[in-house]
Ligand binder design. Structure first.
Ligand code: UGA
Length: 456
């Protein structure tokens, strides 16, 4: 009898898992698409990741992961071994083979600051021309408010709109911890019709069963949640960066200020590290897109506007700190730039503070010796002519000044007495507050960081 009951339970569990396994395609294999595809596969679904970039797909099929993202290589290898994860550049076939199509293509900033939706609409057209059965289109790309609502009318020019349902499922992963963030999200947001959301809830049942909070709402509200979240975080950073400037002036320690305010649960201690200003492919772009959208609706977003202004000023402020350290004489000097990625644990240099900083150095005819553990190759597209060193010490040899722009752990653990021996003059600007001020004092470096922070 007991064996019979157990068998019955096993059959239920087994068939439940089978029912839960969905046929999914993810179009776009960038940071969001690739991580989403791999994670959905790890939830037990059959996933096809598709991209028009044939060389990228070729690499993926040869187990070469085109981006640096901790844990992603291992996850993809495991999922491919389980035969749940495929890569293809045949997007029409990926569409035909799946019931749910995630779109995770880039929506970069265009010249006027608005989001460029060319790739999104190209994918939608391909869906329109290849649809063979009812599909759910789930938008992961960050899109301007109102975009998701416009998808059905757009596709109805090509197909019967009853064939598709649209859901917006915004992404909150951070580059550098994308796999962890996707497997342990703070919340899941679904915007769209109830029926479609029900299907998507099955897609994410592994997370929902772990009590990850879920919010279901309409398309426009979901779009707004994504922008409002990124804008809030950008504002928080601009706030602490401005406080850091003030702390520099009055000789208060901004690190302790951040700690002191961050212990208040209403404020929270995350996203309170002053630095060279926020960068990356999201905050600058999304802040601007939200401002654009607000302007169209005659709604000036004063606080967000101020935060963008403060961020633009922050990189100038940092550069002025270097000028001060160098007695306003940078002309022809050799500067070691440590860190090119927009933050640690990524090879991404999009909107990295290093870009305007290096441009400023070039204006002063500086010799630039740059080092980054993994982002140099990407930065070579932007600056083919600066010197790329293969390690920290090589970059610092004979430098008139050393500048830290990314918070890579290996910079924090650098041998400062060796650096002192290597450089021409012991001048150091630490824009990430990771270098021990105690050691810098002992070694008699002329240095500064952001917000007059004492660093152990
Ligand atoms: C950001 C959001 O954090 C994600 O939730 C969101 O999904 C993503 O944008 C997106 O929209 O796709 P990401 O741009 O990868 O993620 O990086 P963050 O870790 O948020 O850092 C953004 C910038 O703020 C970086 O330049 C970083 O150096 C800076 N930052 C962050 C600070 O200067 N101080 C801090 O305390 C934290």
């Amino acid at each position: 009898m007991k064996v019979g009951v157990l068998f019955f339970i096993l059959i239920i569990v087994f068939s439940y898992n089978i029912n839960c396994s969905q046929k999914i395609s993810v179009i776009g294999t960038g940071y969001v698409g690739l991580v989403t595809g791999a994670c959905l596969s790890s939830f037990g679904h059959k996933v096809i990741c598709a991209d028009i970039d044939t060389s990228k797909i070729q690499k993926l099929n040869n187990n070469i992961i085109p981006i640096y993202e901790p844990g992603l290589t291992e996850l993809i290898a495991k999922e491919r071994q389980e035969n749940r994860l495929l890569f293809t550049s045949d997007i029409p076939n990926a569409i035909k083979e799946s019931d749910i199509i995630f779109i995770a293509v880039g929506t970069p900033m265009s010249a006027d600051g608005s989001a460029d939706l060319t790739a999104l609409y190209a994918v939608l057209e391909t869906i329109g021309h290849n649809i063979n059965s009812p599909k759910i289109i789930c938008i992961k790309s960050t899109v301007p408010i109102g975009t998701c609502k416009s998808i059905k009318p757009f596709l109805s020019k090509i197909i019967n709109q009853k064939l598709i349902k649209v859901v917006f499922n915004p992404e909150f992963l951070r580059e550098g911890s994308a796999v962890q963030d996707s497997l342990h999200p703070d919340r899941i947001i679904f915007g769209g019709s109830k029926k479609a959301i029900n299907v998507l809830q099955d897609t994410f049942i592994s997370l929902i069963n772990k009590n990850v909070p879920v919010i279901t709402t309409d398309l426009t509200t979901a779009e707004m949640i994504k922008y409002a979240a990124n804008a809030f975080l950008a504002i928080k950073l601009s706030y602490i960066n401005e406080m850091a400037q003030f702390c520099d002036k009055i000789k208060a320690d901004c690190g302790v200020v951040a700690q002191g305010i961050g212990l208040d649960k209403r404020i929270g201690n995350l996203f309170l590290k002053p630095g060279p200003g926020y960068g990356g492919s999201c905050f600058p772009k999304d802040s601007q897109a939200l401002l654009n959208s607000a302007k169209k609706n005659d709604m000036p977003l004063h606080i967000l506007k101020a935060s963008v202004k403060v961020n633009n000023k922050q990189i100038k402020y940092i550069f002025n700190q270097l000028l001060n350290l160098m007695d306003n004489n940078l002309h022809g000097k050799t500067v070691a730039v440590l860190g090119l990625a927009f933050k640690a644990n990524t090879d991404d240099v999009r909107y990295s503070p290093a870009i305007p900083f290096i441009k400023n150095l070039q204006k002063h005819n500086c010799i630039i010796k740059a080092y980054d553990p993994i982002a140099s190759e990407n930065m070579k597209h932007e600056f083919p002519d600066i010197i790329y060193s293969t390690n920290i010490y090589d970059a610092c040899k004979n430098a008139d000044a050393v500048v830290i722009l990314t918070e890579w752990p290996e910079f924090a653990n650098v041998d400062l007495s060796l650096i002192k021996d290597l450089v021409k003059t012991p001048i150091l600007l630490d824009t990430r507050n990771i270098i021990s001020t105690e050691i810098l004092d002992n070694l008699e470096f002329n240095y500064t960081n952001v917000g007059n922070c004492k660093v152990k």
